[in-house]
Write a protein that binds this ligand. Structure first.
Ligand SMILES: Cc1cc2nc3c(=O)[nH]c(=O)nc-3n(C[C@H](O)[C@H](O)[C@H](O)COP(=O)(O)OP(=O)(O)OC[C@H]3O[C@@H](n4cnc5c(N)ncnc54)[C@H](O)[C@@H]3O)c2cc1C
Length: 370
């Protein structure tokens, strides 16, 4: 076994781990990033060409984190020369109080946003149907997930980090508060800190080392539907339903969606996939789920062909509150439970993880271990 001495080992080359390596290397730390699969793999949660970026959250703590992330996405774009974030605006609609809470939080944060009538929204975005008022948030956008992960790893390497793919970590041995061994099949990395951003594998790698909340790993299955008119403009969108409507329609949850250039209109239910073991997935969509998505498209998306779709397979790792876990126990820094809404925050989470590893500064209490 080869032995290496470094400052920080980062386990997991998805969005969160790659951002941590970028921020750590940028602050002069001696970092190695270990990813178990090949570059661009599709077995985790950070692959694909589109993720919704929005600052419009109901809670100030997430609004602040998204605002920081927006600045850091622009910094990464200028460092890497790769465009990543496209501002396209977002609309939220549906008959629930969620909308008013969202609008109030956006207004309280002094962010742009306002109400449209269904006619005004239909005029601008004819691909969607609305049956009530629509909250429009212009500062939302689309992120290119694959390009973002690649840019983060390239920049981390350019700043001195060692990025190793096909390097599964088999165990983490805590020596004391300031030293830890991270072990792969061929190497032992001795470090002051380990940042574990292992996505759906967090419980398997960290169970017993840190008091994680229950993490529910699901296989999510949104789909890309073929647009009927190439020149339709599409915002990112959220459609909220009350329990009564869900029961009456068979829809599995609220809906999110956005256009993925060259692939179609992405539409998904949120956190409704089957619970899976990340090492034993079939990557196959459930037909009941597909039918419910098609029913939604038939009823609410006049701009797509509900029978022309391509399913996507991806994992959510969800905490009981859908809040992220960002904290440190001894030499172990944890990033877990991004609950299907973490990608937009990736570079800001990277900053939080670098703080936890280098200075011990802890984030908002909302993200701390119980
Ligand atoms: C269908 C879908 C749609 C989504 N849409 C949005 C959206 O619109 N907006 C948004 O903000 N968020 C969205 N998300 C959520 C977002 O994509 C995730 O929160 C984010 O990608 C999580 O990143 P991660 O780095 O924690 O996980 P991952 O990307 O899964 O990274 C974990 C990495 O750890 C590696 N790993 C695991 N075990 C080991 C080991 N032992 N050794 C070495 N490496 C290991 C894995 O191979 C993996 O690459 C969506 C997620 C899904 C699934």
């Amino acid at each position: 076994m080869a032995r290496h001495e470094v400052d920080v080992v980062v386990v997991g080359g998805g969005g969160m781990g790659s951002a941590a390596a970028w921020r750590l290397a940028g602050r002069g730390a001696d970092v190695v990033l270990l990813e178990r699969f090949e570059p661009g793999h599709v077995r985790g949660a950070s692959h694909g060409a589109s993720r919704i970026f929005r600052v419009s959250y109901g809670e100030p703590v997430y609004i602040r984190l998204a605002q920081e992330a927006q600045e850091l996405w622009r910094e990464l774009e200028s460092e890497s020369g790769t465009p990543l974030l496209t501002i396209i605006g977002s609309v939220n609609h549906g008959r629930t109080p969620d909308l008013d809470l969202l609008a109030a939080a956006v207004e309280a944060a002094g962010l742009p946003g306002g109400w449209l009538t269904p006619e005004e929204a239909g005029e601008r975005w004819p691909g969607l149907r609305y049956d009530g008022k629509v909250f429009f948030h212009p500062a939302s956008g689309r992120l290119h997930a694959d390009h973002a992960v690649a840019a983060l790893q390239e920049r981390a390497a350019a700043l001195g980090a060692v990025v190793r793919h096909r390097s599964p970590v088999v165990s983490i041995v805590v020596k004391d508060d300031d030293s830890v061994d991270v072990i792969t099949d061929d190497d032992v990395y001795h470090a002051r800190r380990v940042v574990v951003a292992a996505g759906a594998w967090a419980e398997k790698l960290l169970g017993g080392l840190v008091p994680l909340p229950p993490l529910r790993v699901t296989q999510e299955q949104p789909a890309h539907f073929a647009p009927l008119r190439a020149d339709d403009e599409w915002p990112s969108f959220g459609h909220h339903f009350d329990e009564e409507t869900l029961a009456a329609t068979g829809f599995l949850s609220g809906i999110y969606g956005l256009a993925t250039p060259g692939e179609g209109i992405k539409v998904g239910f949120h956190g409704t996939g089957p619970v899976v073991d990340p090492d034993n997935r079939d990557f196959l969509p459930e037909s009941r789920h597909v039918r419910a998505l098609q029913d939604y498209a038939r009823a609410w998306l006049p701009g797509v062909d509900p029978d022309a779709y391509t399913s996507i397979s991806c994992t959510y790792t969800t905490t009981p509150t859908s809040d992220f876990v960002l904290d440190r126990v001894g030499p172990v820094v944890v990033a877990a439970g991004f609950s299907g809404h973490g990608f937009k925050f990736v570079p800001a989470v990277g900053r939080v993880l670098a703080d936890l590893a280098l200075t011990g500064e802890r984030p908002d209490a909302r993200f701390r271990l119980g």
